[in-house]
Design a protein around this ligand. Structure first.
Ligand code: HEM
Length: 433
């Protein structure tokens, strides 16, 4: 785990005591980083996460100095408190901490580049940046984009082969969120491939463990992407409209965000949409693996919003959600000290039996369903209404058009990243209605 440079992270009072008492974090004999990067674990992490969650909802890893949060209640506490935040410069000896500047200047510089994004800011800067776009992402305001989303979905469906096998992720799951993003930011279609590559490179930043090559790609793509956004915004300055481009330019002009913040947040919003592909893939595969639930949904489409929440809970696209300690924080029975990094493991949190009845059962009528697939607290995903709307449109359109949606081979999970859970392949066969 040398990539994350956490050897000297703050440790709890009684770090290596098994089952330590209140305020100290229990440690167990778990090789966390081997586990979290093991391809077999990544194919199906749930049995192992269940075993580990049963040991304790918050645990300390003395090797990396990181706290792992597996309990639903504990994650909610950590996500909401202002004692912990997403600004990783607070993570003592972490990549972007001032302490790491000497040890690993390359990684330090990389994270400095991304610091002006809302996701990496604590209050009040976070609120200032998020406030520029927050209203536009509310479900009611998102409705203005519904016709566009339907149109992009229809265009992709028109191009799908019928009654023969094809790769759903390549022809639908991947391109749909990207195309919607281009439209939201008035970016010409010709840029689709280039933007797709930048987004793909940037996505590795969330993986915590990055190879040197990935780090170089992230840095280079970020610079190119920001330069493109800069020229794109300038090009639309005379006629910015009242959409996302107009909001970004207005915030830059009235000083709400400086130039770096404007460019970084626009890049983040375009790139953030990629996560929707995990819901489009994981959700559909889960339905296909549960034909009784698919039938139920076909028979009553009003269940679609609840079905989507259950897909998010059952096969969440986000696997790890970090917070860094600003000050000591009592998280349930455990004190997470200032300067520590804590990681929420969503696959465990979303199947915590203390919160969900029968958590390993996929049940599209589940209610309530307070899953943490979009995180929680002030940083809860700003694009959640867009992701939900995109998926609802896509799955309704698929079911309207095709009387049968079948697997045409084995689906393949990503096994090369720990931060996100998604599919590299979902072979399908569609029979028209
Ligand atoms: C199924 C799809 C999606 C999933 C699973 C997802 C998941 C997440 C998660 C887990 C977080 C971190 C929350 C936390 O730290 O508590 C987040 C934040 C964020 N997401 Fe998403 N996301 C999705 C779609 C989108 C879309 C479509 C966009 C862009 C339009 C987007 C943009 C963002 C941004 C900008 C943040 C940072 C928010 C902040 O710091 O205030 N996401 N998302």
């Amino acid at each position: 785990m040398s990539e994350v440079h956490v050897e000297n992270s703050p440790s709890p009072d009684a770090g290596d005591d098994k089952g330590a008492g209140a305020s100290t974090a229990p440690c167990f004999d778990i090789d966390w980083w081997t586990m979290l990067t093991d391809p077999e674990f990544l194919k199906n992490p749930y049995p192992e996460l269940k075993r580990i969650r049963e040991l304790a909802p918050v645990q300390f890893d003395p090797q990396s100095g990181i706290y792992f949060v597996l309990g639903h209640k504990e994650f909610g506490l950590m996500a909401k408190t202002s004692s912990m935040g997403r600004d990783t410069t607070y993570w003592r000896n972490g990549w972007s901490s001032p302490e790491n500047r000497q040890n690993d200047p390359e990684t330090y510089e990389l994270f400095v580049d991304f610091q002006p994004q809302m996701i990496n800011a604590n209050q009040p800067d976070h609120r200032r940046m998020r406030g520029v776009f927050d209203k536009a992402f509310r479900p009611r305001d998102m409705m203005r984009y519904l016709p566009m989303i339907k149109d992009e979905c229809r265009k992709l469906l028109d191009g799908l082969p019928e009654s023969e096998a094809f790769e759903y992720m390549d022809l639908f799951g991947n391109p749909l969120p990207n195309r919607i993003s281009l439209k939201l930011f008035d970016i010409p279609e010709e840029m689709e491939a280039q933007i797709g590559k930048w987004i793909s490179d940037l996505s590795w930043l969330g993986n915590i463990v990055m190879t040197p090559e990935q780090k170089r790609n992230v840095k280079k793509s970020n610079q190119e992407f920001k330069q493109f956004v800069k020229e794109h915004l300038e090009g639309l300055r005379k006629n910015p409209g009242d959409g996302f481009v107009g909001m970004a330019l207005a915030a830059a002009d009235d000083g709400t965000m400086d130039e770096e913040e404007t460019l970084n947040n626009v890049v983040m919003l375009i790139a953030g949409s990629k996560t929707s592909l995990t819901l489009l893939g994981n959700g559909l595969l889960t339905l296909l693996k549960h034909p009784d639930q698919m039938e139920k949904l076909r028979a009553d489409r009003s269940l679609m919003p609840r079905a989507i929440e259950e897909m998010l809970r059952y096969e969440s696209g986000s696997s790890i959600i970090p917070r860094a300690g600003v000050e000591d924080f009592q998280c349930g029975d455990v004190c997470i000290p200032a300067g520590a990094l804590a990681i929420g493991l969503v696959g465990a949190i979303n199947r915590d039996p203390a919160r969900f009845d029968d958590p390993d059962t996929f049940n599209i009528t589940r209610k309530p369903n307070h899953h943490s697939a979009f995180g929680g607290g002030p940083h809860i995903c700003i694009g959640k209404a867009l992701a939900r709307m995109t998926t609802e449109v896509a799955f309704n359109a698929l079911m309207d058009r095709y009387s049968r949606i079948e697997l045409a081979g084995d689906a393949t999970w990503w096994t090369d990243r720990s931060d996100q859970r998604g599919l590299s392949s979902l072979p399908l066969k569609l029979t028209p209605a």
